[in-house]
Design a protein around this ligand. Sequence first.
Ligand code: UDX
Length: 439
Amino acid sequence: MKIAVIGTGYVGLVTGVALSEIGHQVTCIDIDPNKVAELNQGIPTIYEPGLGEMMLRNQSAHRLFFTDQHEKGLDGAEVIYIAVGTPQRADGSANLQYVEQAARDIANNIRKSVIVVIKSTVPVGTNLHIKKIMNANTRPGIQVRIASNPEFLREGSAIHDTFRGDRIIIGAEDRETADVLEEINAPFGIPVLKTDLSSSEMIKYASNAFLATKISFINEIANLCEKLGADVEEVSRGMGLDHRIGMSFLRAGIGYGGSCFPKDTNALVQLAGNHHHEFNLLKSVIEVNNHQQRVLVEKMVARFGSLKGKRVAVLGLAFKPNTDDLRESPALVIIPKLVELGAEVITYDPIAANQGPRWINAPAAYTKNIAKALKDADCAVIVTDWPDIKRMEPETFAYFMKTPIVFDGRNCYSIAAVRKARIEYYSVGRPDVVPEVIR
Ligand code: UDX
């Protein structure tokens, strides 16, 4: 199948590369010529394990191309994916200007009937709105059919999720269109659910909102566990064994971040409000998350009284491991707050350290060397559960730091290991560890 993908951001690039890997002829279009130049040299413009090799393989096999020219990229395409951003507006709603522009670009350039697949996360009803834009702009005699095919990729495991996902959702206005999409995706070997356009759009929002709800729920339980002397990890395990609940997304911590959950939960609240429905449950989920991103700072203030002049090592900047993405990362909240409270902050991240200065709105130092970050620190704060941080012996804190006091927002170490290491340790939803010798 000859396919075009508009937008080479996270979703577009992964989609284009994956579709070429299963044998389709794919051209990815982006308006940014610099990005296209890099991609044409085989350099992936995002950090995603496994993506670079797959991209090169398909470029060498002449199945994957990149261009900044719509006319060239859309020429002969039978199916066109829209995978451009839908950033959040100030009021929380999704900004559709890039999707609308992509629709106009398609309508102005196609010379034959096509299927347009909306991959971007868009509010319910957008697919039909886009169809109207297309119909108003295409040449006479050309038919555009619309399909919705939301993505469920997690950053850092996008390739795995594409080839091993739980389901592929295809929303379409007619059976024939749905069948074409099913055929395109058949080589992935993943179960397909075919549905109507609006339900498909809603499945994406509802799934992300539900996962965010699980996280905020377990974080509230964690906060309660701290007060009642229970251990949230035991509680999660015990709950998760009930298959109706399931183990996943019950890891307590300092809240969710990233490009999807915060944006999609806000957009769904906004969408509900537009239809005179107050989504109170989801509003609370968001509120709980906003508070959760601050709990470590509260614990630090409770421990030290004042943070003035304290040297604080912040371990991890990315919103989660295996990505260099800082969007909505708890680090963006925690670091400026620490600086405001008078702390001197040195941050460590194995991949995202270079991105730090662009994102963190406060003076801080950045390093990819964990020992350098920990050296002579008064305390350490773990923001991201990078594998190298988790693998570290807790004794390491005692070795490098002035005082080995650790605030762990990701519950990286077992309480037993921490006790053995004789460090002072505060995590989320678990007992504090305070050896006499440090006090
Ligand atoms: C998410 C969805 O999983 C994906 O299906 C969708 O397409 C995009 O949004 P992503 O944002 O890449 O993917 O990351 P994910 O692994 O889902 O984690 C999101 C956030 O939740 C991270 O900040 C993570 O640290 C946090 N999280 C996740 C928890 O705090 N606890 C958990 O148990 C799971």
